[in-house]
Design a protein around this ligand. Structure first.
Ligand code: NAI
Ligand code: A1CAB
Length: 268
């Protein structure tokens, strides 16, 4: 995810590579790869990078947050803006780990940030001002759309927008597999599939018709679409999609319970 943000910010000319510092304690090779590819500054020393940063973006796995913040907290201050893209980790928990009043904003982008097309939401923690929100919005607007939401909704939004691209790629993979079964030329088939999806999205965005009206427009009685849609209906495709999204949202809430719970006797 960090790479998608970096790539998007540079491509969209929101930030110069020399002003982006990337750290990665565990993986030196990955740092060199990012330096080579984007010209960003890299360091395996969090301390060095942290001291000079105005904005810190946390992008490790949720399970690593405790350890990560333990190593950086003494190099962070209330003058820095802390952004976290970690699924399931609350702003309160990050503030608790930091142990000071730095503003923390929970951000849920998706990997389409790499091409400037993320659907990002941001949600402020308790020490956040309008100015912090404006800076964060402007940063992530460079890599897609940004909406401010309540933190209670971020788990559900993570299931739709954070994980969402993966469901789309899964669907496309299935469509690509059909090319073999149909003995169609791969390159031509792939191009047609992607343009078909792009066209459907364009129409969804520009028309005021519902998805149902749009698919009914495609379907002719006794025709090909009907034959295909019958399979989706018989296999309860929409129920599967709803269940998929519900499970993802539930997992985000579980991550909060497993990895982001503040001990009860903590003073706030
Ligand atoms: N992959 C995605 O589409 C999205 C991911 N996220 C969130 O982004 C975070 C990262 O996810 P991915 O990029 O998929 O995982 P990843 O495993 O590809 O990247 C995490 C990176 O953090 C590094 N790291 C771990 N501890 C560190 C530390 N203490 N200091 C510096 N670097 C450290 C790891 O070496 C690794 O390179 C997760 O918390 C996830 O919930 C959020 C939105 C979308
Ligand atoms: O799979 C995950 O947990 C992360 C959060 C959203 C997308 N990827």
């Amino acid at each position: 995810m960090a790479e998608a943000i970096i790539s998007g910010l540079i491509q969209q000319k929101k930030m110069l590579p020399k002003n982006i510092y990337v750290t990665n304690r565990q993986n030196e090779a990955r740092l060199l790869e990012l330096k080579e590819k984007y010209g960003v500054q890299v360091s395996s020393s969090n301390e060095q990078v942290l001291a000079e940063a105005d904005i810190v973006i946390l992008a490790m796995k949720p399970a690593g947050v405790q350890e990560a913040i333990k190593t950086i907290r003494s190099y962070t201050s209330e003058n820095q803006l802390i952004l976290s893209v970690l699924a399931g980790i609350t702003t309160d928990y990050i503030s608790y780990l930091l142990g000071h009043k730095a503003p923390v904003i929970r951000v849920m982008p998706n990997t389409s940030a790499a091409v400037g097309s993320s659907a990002t939401v941001i949600s402020p923690g308790i020490y956040v001002s309008d100015k912090h929100l404006a800076v964060t919005e402007s940063l992530f607007k460079a890599v897609g759309t940004v909406k401010q939401v309540l933190e209670k909704d971020v788990d559900s939004i993570t299931a739709i927008a954070g994980s969402g691209p993966a469901y789309m790629y899964y669907l496309v993979e299935g469509m690509f597999h059909s090319l073999e079964e149909l003995h169609l030329e791969q390159e031509l088939g792939r191009e047609l599939i992607l343009q078909t999806i792009q066209g459907a999205i364009d129409l969804l965005k520009s028309s005021n018709q519902t998805p149902k009206e749009l698919y009914l427009n495609v379907k002719s009685p006794g025709g090909t679409t009907e034959a295909g849609l019958n399979v989706l209906e018989n296999k309860r495709f929409q129920e599967i999609i709803i269940e998929c999204i519900k499970q993802a949202a539930e997992r985000s809430r579980e991550i909060t319970k497993e990895m982001s719970t503040i001990p009860e006797n903590t003073l706030r």
